[in-house]
Structure formats: structure tokens, C-alpha cells
Design a protein around this ligand. Sequence first.
Ligand code: CA2
Length: 142
Amino acid sequence: MTKNMKIIIINGPNLNLLGVRQPDVYGDRTFEDYLAELKTTFPHVDIDYYQSNVEGEIINKMHEVGFSYDGIVLNAGGYSHTSVAIHDAIASITTPVVEVHISNIYAREEYRRHSLLSDACKGVICGMGLDGYRMAVESFVQ
Ligand code: CA2
């Protein structure tokens, strides 16, 4: 029997507030609610989830999974625009990373229009709402 593909979704700072604040920008669903649906969409994929508001914890998690998992879906939140350390973590591991942003960062404030992470990633999905996470998982399954 073949083993299920293992993928982890890592969400960064403030994404624990999804569905609670700013529904106009980020929608009105909690991530836990969305994740339950996502798991039913990919019954043969083991999808883990980790969220932290702390940069070093995100890096530690990437080191922990980044040599054994088949894919990492990463929304590093505001750290996407600032973190050399998360860029270096992506570049240091062997598991491919797909960067996701719920909102279209290119249609927002100037300081959000550049990600320090993208060049180290396999791909980037942004502006597709929560569905971007499904697209990222799909990109690993194909
Ligand atoms: O669009 C995205 O997914 C972002 O990565 C979200 C980050 C933002 O800093 C990036 O520029 C784009 C912020 C996440 C904040 O999430 C909240 C969710 C609900 C209520 C308040 C904040």
C-alpha cells in the first residue's frame, strides 16, 4: 500500500484571527472551519496545520518538517514582507514551499507589495481568498 502524501499548512502572525476580525479583507470563516472542508477535498493527503505569531517558532516548525514532508503551504503573514530569517529557512530545507496570501498583496499598501520569501518558494498564490490554500495543496498532489 502506498503512503499518503504529507503536507503541512503553516500560518503566521494574526492569521489566528481569521473569521473574527476584518472580514472585508480576509473573509468570515475561521481557518479551522475551512481546514475541515479542505481535508475532505483531499482524503488521501495527510494535512497538518500549525499557526504561530512568533517568527522563531515558524522557523523551528519548518526545520522540524522540512526534510520529511512532501510539501509546505506557507502564509507567513506580515513576516512575508520583512523576514530574511524565514527566507533562509525556506532555502535551507528540502521540502518545497508554496507561498499563499489570502488577499492580493499587489493591490494593497506599498509595503505589502514585495515578499522576501517568493524567490525561495516553488510557487506563489495570492488574492484567491482561502481557496488559495486548496490550490497550493493541489499543486503538490499533481
Ligand atoms: O493576504 C494575506 O494572506 C496576508 O499574508 C495576511 C497578512 C498580511 O500582513 C499580509 O500582508 C497578507 C495579515 C494577516 C492578518 O490576518 C488577519 C485576519 C483577520 C483579522 C485580522 C488580521
